[in-house]
Design a protein around this ligand. Structure first.
Ligand code: SAH
Length: 218
């Protein structure tokens, strides 16, 4: 382990303690994953020293890697289990997918910007995340060939809940998705059981736009 990785490991521990545990995230699986995944390797070299700060960071193509706390909150809300197959819409840097890959059986993640699709795949391979399956397409239509999913996480803001995603959720499955206008959204958690769909509102948030057939048109 070199000097830098020790420095970043310390920053990671502090991030988990001050930003994540302090705000009420308690799932030990989520806390362990956030302590382990090297977030600084998911941003450009110039931004590495800021990777563990309490804010989102740009990842190119006018997109962002979410604030660490939001990643932890959404992951906990998804109630990930070790046998689960999870679908993520909006791979971006790949950080959220890596956090999930530490916890669940397999992560399917879709990105619609080609350069981000390529760069995230490179990081997954470098860090040996063999349980992350990537796809380059419009994720608002989901991934029907691999459905149903135990959990679906959408990491871009949508005007509504895309219908294909609801139908690709297993009975007993959970979905977490930011829903609202272009500037602010509410984080919605959806639970599907044999009676239907149950929604709860986890509070305000702000994401880049989910652009696609069942999201924003442009
Ligand atoms: N989960 C990411 C956050 C990325 S920001 C991370 O951990 O870094 C949101 C991402 O959603 C962007 O990369 C954007 O290009 C992507 N996106 C937006 N609309 C999409 C769509 N319809 N299908 C797939 N990806 C989409």
């Amino acid at each position: 382990m070199n000097e830098n990785s020790i420095k970043y490991e310390r920053q990671r521990e502090e991030m988990v303690r001050r930003q994540i545990e302090a705000r009420g995230v308690t799932d030990p699986k989520v806390l362990a994953a956030m302590c382990k995944v090297p977030r600084h390797l998911f941003v450009s070299e110039a931004l590495r020293d800021q990777a563990y700060g309490d804010f989102p960071l740009p990842i190119g193509e006018q997109q962002t890697i979410s604030q660490p706390y939001i990643v932890a909150e959404m992951t906990q809300a998804l109630q990930p289990g070790e046998e689960d197959r999870i679908l993520e819409i909006g791979t971006g840097s790949g950080y959220q997918a890596a956090i999930l890959a530490e916890i669940v059986f397999r992560v399917y993640t879709i990105e619609k910007i080609h350069s981000l699709f390529l760069s995230s795949r490179k990081v997954f391979d470098k860090l040996h995340y063999h349980n992350i399956v990537t796809k380059y397409s419009d994720g608002t239509s989901g991934w029907s060939d691999e459905s149903p999913f135990d959990g679906i996480i959408v990491t871009a803001g949508s005007p509504g809940i895309p219908k294909p995603l609801v139908s690709q959720l297993a009975v007993g499955g959970r979905m977490v998705i930011p829903v609202g206008d272009r500037y602010s959204q509410e984080l919605i958690k959806l639970y599907k059981d044999e009676h239907g769909i149950h929604k709860t509102n986890l509070g305000g948030c702000r994401f880049v736009k989910l652009v696609g057939e069942y999201g924003w048109k442009g």
